[in-house]
Write a protein that binds this ligand. Structure first.
Ligand SMILES: Cc1ncc(C[n+]2csc(CCOP(=O)(O)OP(=O)(O)O)c2C)c(N)n1
Ligand SMILES: [Mg+2]
Length: 204
């Protein structure tokens, strides 16, 4: 069985149902496509909206950070967990095929850049996904029975990244972001990549 749901439906509205199914060990693949807002109902902020992003309910920019859905899911120890981005379709495809080959609970978190919500021209959608990955704002990885591997374009991004500002300033939703917020987001990205690297090396 495959469940396909948005970020709002997953990180906020449906989190208890997801947690219950993961904890019970149900045989299913849950795919969360994350466009970082409640888009269908008018682009309101969700728990997955990042710091400083403007939405219809955060017109001055969100004051809180994006909820760490992957850490919440990881706490349930699913047999397979992965991130992906539509800008890297082969990586996404391979992970879905792998997940479906295993019995038990599987979870995938897919970043889905949203032109109207993030306010950028739609012909830049693939590029926006690539900038997310190249800046480390989004990291491609998989955890197969608990073992973490960095995948695809994120292997290079672990060592050398473009500044997060190069990703943020391309989107109208971050108009008005302060230098302090950019510094905070950059530090958060650097910290989370260090953490992933330590896990890959078996140090945590
Ligand atoms: C239990 C429940 N609460 C609220 C709604 C109203 N609703 C319909 S779509 C939507 C937005 C969901 O956002 P997300 O899951 O991020 O999907 P997106 O619209 O961004 O694709 C909401 C709140 C609903 N359908 N069901
Ligand atoms: Mg959404």
């Amino acid at each position: 069985m495959i469940c396909y749901a948005g970020d709002g439906g997953t990180v906020d509205i449906g989190i208890q149902a997801l947690s219950g199914a993961l904890e019970r060990g149900n045989d299913f693949l849950y795919i969360c496509y994350d466009n970082e807002a409640y888009s269908n109902t008018g682009m309101q902020r969700s728990g997955a909206t990042p710091l400083a992003a403007r939405t219809t309910t955060t017109p001055g920019g969100k004051k809180d950070h994006k909820k760490d859905l992957d850490a919440i899911v990881a706490a349930h120890n699913p047999v397979y967990q992965a991130t992906a981005c539509a800008a890297y379709p082969v990586d996404l495809y391979n992970k879905v095929v792998k997940a479906l080959s295993m019995p038990g609970p599987k979870f995938m978190h897919v970043l889905a850049p949203c032109p109207p919500g993030w306010r950028f021209p739609s012909d830049e959608t693939i590029e926006m996904g690539k900038l997310a990955v190249k800046s480390g704002m989004w990291v491609l990885w998989e955890r197969d029975h608990g073992k973490l591997t960095i995948t695809g374009a994120s292997k290079a991004a672990m060592k050398k990244r473009i500044p997060v500002a190069d990703y943020l300033t391309r989107q109208g939703r971050f108009r008005g972001i302060t230098d302090e917020q950019i510094t905070e987001l950059q530090a958060r990205v650097d910290r989370s990549i260090t953490c992933l690297q330590k896990e890959v090396e078996g140090k945590c």
